[in-house]
Ligand binder design. Structure first.
Ligand code: GDP
Ligand code: IMO
Ligand code: MG
Length: 422
């Protein structure tokens, strides 16, 4: 069976930390979508590590790690990541596998991302500018280059053809970056990529599954950034929901088992786009400060607000979440009251469904339920029974509203700061 772990909000829910913890019980961790726009933070022996392309199972010595076909790979970022973590994981290369059908991010994809964002002006998406959108456009436009192509003798010719097309496209923009300087490091990184274990991911996974191996698919971004169901057009360019696992790894839906969905006890978003429960006041600033809410990939301050149960029920439904995980519960220790959106008032009409035109629903006002502050701090608690009753009441409400049981509460950055819910 293959289990899935994904973010239920706008990303940065703490996926890296949780995968690193759960990986103890899995043989294989596989990334199925996204690319270096992701920033998954782990603490390994007290050292902070941020992974962008490499799955978060690498710090478990028994775990194999697959970068699946649904991922878009920037060879330069991957090289940088490998150089950083190799000293901490000397046997890493023997446990890392790359699907030959994964698409490549070219220097010109990054240039197109930057030029396109600049041209959008105030309507910009707030992209991480890692070339994600243009790389997926070439994938669906059937022009892309894949990892398997780097093994063919005519790779350079294929590259030149696609780069020439991009150069033409770049001419339509006033603002273009000097991407030519990125070409030499790109080809150097391609040499490194050639030396990795490049596999036919779908057969590779099938064989392991037939041999009874346990696989965990690691999501990137969050469900509200999904290309189909997120707050379009302020989304990323892949399917971040559970449906993305099948196409992003080549596994059949019948093989999918548990679906872990992660949400923070509050909510954040980085980049542009609608965020109904965003707080523009001092409470929002305090959440950012208490939660150290700054992007793991870009360093940008994250927008902060209360947990949005309307959006969460939607994303739980989309992925068929079977186990909820609540992270950063400790961050709310100092807040009183604690709020959760339980409905939206759209143009005077109350609804608990996500409206199509979330971006245009200017008159959308969240309806909040207030919860009493926790009786005692949550940080430091190590088992479920020690959790304050006020927090348990909050959890019961969330479970009931979402119709899904909470499996874990996370109350710190460390791998073991996780409470199993009994
Ligand atoms: P990801 O992209 O979903 O992996 O999340 P990020 O790594 O971008 O952001 C999550 C941040 O919250 C990281 O800095 C984590 O170290 C931190 N974090 C995760 N879980 C907890 C928690 O329960 N409590 C606290 N205080 N920090 C957490
Ligand atoms: P992890 O995996 C939070 C956001 C960007 C932007 C939009 C599109 O760490 O949770 P893109 O670079 O894909 O063109 O950006 O999506 N975004 C993320 N926000 N966490 C992420 O990943 C994100 N990856 C992309 O900020 O709004
Ligand atoms: Mg992140």
């Amino acid at each position: 069976m293959i289990d899935v772990l994904l973010g239920l909000q706008w990303g940065d829910e703490g996926k890296g930390k949780i995968v690193d913890y759960l990986a103890d019980n899995y043989d294989i961790i596989a990334r199925f979508q996204g690319g270096p726009n992701a920033g998954h933070t782990l603490y390994v022996n007290g050292n902070k590590v941020v992974l962008h392309t490499i799955p978060s199972g690498v710090f478990r010595p028994h775990c194999l790690n697959l970068i699946g076909n649904g991922v878009v790979i920037d060879p330069v970022t991957l090289k940088g990541e490998l150089e950083k973590i190799m000293p901490m994981c000397p046997d890493l290369l023997s446990r890392l596998f790359v699907a030959q059908r994964a698409h490549l991010i070219l220097p010109t994809h990054r240039a197109l991302d930057a030029a396109s964002e600049a041209a959008k002006g105030v309507d910009k998406i707030g992209s991480t500018l890692k070339g994600i959108g243009p790389a997926y456009m070439d994938k669906t436009g059937r022009n892309g280059l894949r990892v398997g192509d780097i093994l063919s003798p005519d790779f350079k010719a294929k590259y030149d053809k696609l780069a020439a097309k991009h150069k033409q496209m770049l001419k339509q923009y006033d603002n273009t970056v000097e991407w030519e300087q990125w070409e030499a490091p790109f080809f150097e990184a391609i040499e490194g990529l050639r030396k990795l274990q490049i596999v036919n991911g779908e057969y590779w996974l099938d064989n392991h599954l037939k041999n009874g191996k346990k696989v965990l698919a690691e999501g990137a971004q969050g469900s509200m950034l999904d290309i189909d169901f997120g707050t379009y057009p302020f989304v990323t360019s892949s399917n971040t929901i559970a449906a993305g696992v099948c196409s992003g790894l080549g596994v059949a839906p019948s093989r999918v088992g548990e679906v872990y969905g992660i949400t923070k006890a509050y909510c954040t978003r980085v980049g542009s786009g609608p965020f109904p429960t965003e707080l523009f006041d001092a409470t929002g600033d305090e959440l950012r400060k208490a939660g150290s809410e700054f992007g793991a990939t870009t360093g940008r301050p994250r927008r902060c607000g209360w947990i949005d149960l309307v959006a969460l029920r939607y994303t739980v439904m989309l992925s068929g979440v079977t186990k909820l995980i609540i992270t950063k519960a400790d961050i709310l220790d100092e807040f009183n009251p604690i709020k959760a959106a339980v409905a939206y008032n759209v143009d005077g009409v109350e609804t608990d469904e996500l409206p199509y035109g979330l971006s245009d629903a200017t008159a959308l006002v969240p309806v909040y339920k207030a919860f009493q502050a926790w009786d005692t701090p949550i940080s430091g608690v190590t088992n479920f029974d020690e959790l304050p009753q006020t927090f348990k009441d909050y959890c019961n409400f969330v479970e009931e509203y979402l119709g899904t049981k909470i499996a874990f509460i996370s109350n710190g950055t460390g791998r073991d700061q996780l409470i199993a819910v009994s």
